[in-house]
Design a protein around this ligand. Structure first.
Ligand code: NI
Length: 227
């Protein structure tokens, strides 16, 4: 599944994040890479665990906590602390796959990366290139979203970021472990959730069929979820 999640951050939220990160110290992006992706990666990022990354990451996580669409699609169990990267002219990230297990440096915190997320933090008109290209079973998806919008996609997908040819691409990126490991099962739950929400709007929450379908949703979740 690949899903755009609009307006995770509003303009003020994007400005708050940018105010924190723009003046911070950036380092070579290869500090978080495995050996293979280090060969492909050319960008800068905020050091993991730096004060700026923590402060800006808290803003991103707080915003995600207010997004019912994010919750319904991701069913998050554990979220890796958000990281931040930027690509200047000529920088890119070649085709790679994200590591299956992410360990937060200097802590016991570890997750299985089921889903990868990018939150765009720059106006797309302000830079050229810098598209996130994700290869999934439905073909190749090219993603470049307005500032504050996010994309959620299966971490099992090969993906790359095309070279920036003008301006600067700025984004937050991170991984999460879902309560539901299987992408197909998670997709079924998401579709059912959306249908139930729509029926609730049309028929009201006291409708017998709405109650029964809500039961089916929760019973499937009980079946498939780790909590
Ligand atoms: Ni990646």
């Amino acid at each position: 599944m690949l899903l755009a999640i609009p307006d995770v951050l509003d303009a003020a939220g994007v400005a708050r994040v940018r105010a924190v990160i723009d003046g911070a110290e950036w380092v070579d992006g290869n500090v978080t890479s495995g050996h293979q992706s280090a060969l492909a990666k050319h960008n800068e990022q905020l050091p993991e665990g730096s004060a700026a990354a923590k402060q800006a990451g808290a803003i991103v996580l707080e915003a995600l906590g207010r997004s019912p669409l994010f919750f319904a699609a991701a069913l998050p169990l554990k979220v890796f602390p958000p990281l931040f990267n930027r690509y200047g002219e000529g920088q890119a990230f070649g085709t790679h796959i994200d590591n299956a297990i992410r360990i937060q440096r200097g802590t016991e915190f570890r997750i299985r990366s089921d889903l990868s997320m990018t939150v765009f933090l720059e106006d797309p008109a302000a830079y050229e290139g810098g598209e996130l290209v994700v290869e999934d079973h439905f073909g190749v998806q090219r993603v470049k979203l307005p500032a504050g919008h996010a994309v959620l996609y299966a971490s099992s997908s090969l993906h790359h970021v095309t070279p920036v040819t003008r301006g600067m691409r700025v984004a937050s990126f991170f991984w999460l472990q879902s309560m539901v490991r299987d992408d197909g099962a998670r997709r079924i739950l998401f579709d059912l959730d959306r249908s139930v929400q729509r029926l609730t709007g049309e028929l009201g929450g006291a409708d017998r069929s709405v109650i029964e379908l809500t039961g089916v949703y929760h019973n499937l979740l009980r079946h498939w979820a780790d909590a």
